[in-house]
Design a protein around this ligand. Structure first.
Ligand code: IMP
Ligand code: MG
Length: 194
């Protein structure tokens, strides 16, 4: 028996199995790619004088967005990754952010573009930005695919924004979902009933 046949055996399927969940598309793959093209063009123009760029993808949520975005930036750049985990209640401004995977190289004197999947309360990004500023980059800007302004706890300036969305838990296109599934969807959606 193949592995696939075991994974998709009806006998092994629980009530919350992916097969039983319904996803309502919110932002289509085409709309995302159109927006990514525009953001890439804008970033390329804005940094044309700067010459080079360090793109920092905040994992895991931004991995697809960042992969698409960098292919639309027409400049010499290097890519680094930062993985963070938030502790405590997300609604508390004292929420602590732990670095799970740090940048591979210093960013002192560099022009850094942080790439994030979504700015929700803003708490995670506020901490990440404070931390990265202590490393004295020449400049530090933020590009986020999504913004949920209804949930803002800390104002984080977003220099490049894909889409503003309502207060709904969204999944797909790299974003976290139930059991960490659905990151591989090419579009952003909402679970039916959310
Ligand atoms: P914060 O509330 O702005 O600190 O959000 C922290 C992180 O939670 C974001 O960068 C996302 O990775 C994740 N997150 C927030 N809202 C959503 C959502 O609707 N779907 C999936 N992940 C989310
Ligand atoms: Mg994130």
């Amino acid at each position: 028996m193949t592995v696939g046949a075991v994974l998709y055996s009806p006998a092994l399927r629980s009530d919350t199995d992916a097969m039983t969940e319904r996803i309502v598309p919110l932002i289509s793959a085409e709309a995302i790619q159109t927006r990514v093209d525009a953001l890439g063009a804008q970033i390329s123009a804005d940094y044309a004088e700067t010459g080079s760029l360090v793109v920092v993808s905040v994992l895991k949520g931004s991995f697809l967005f960042c992969a698409d975005l960098v292919r639309k930036i027409d400049l010499p750049l290097r890519i680094d990754f930062l993985a963070v985990r938030s502790y405590g209640e997300a609604t508390k401004s004292s929420g602590i952010v732990q670095i799970v995977h740090d940048l591979s190289r210093p960013i002192e004197g560099e022009d850094v573009l942080l790439v994030e999947d979504i700015v929700d309360t803003g708490l995670t990004l506020a901490h990440v930005i404070e931390l990265l500023k202590t490393r004295r980059p020449r400049s530090l800007k933020l590009c986020s695919l999504l913004h949920k302004p209804a949930r803002t706890k800390v104002e984080v300036p977003i220099d490049y924004l894909g889409f503003t969305i309502e207060d709904k838990f969204v999944i797909g296109y790299g974003l976290d979902g139930p059991r960490e599934h659905y990151r591989n969807l090419p579009y952003v959606g909402v679970l039916a009933g959310e």
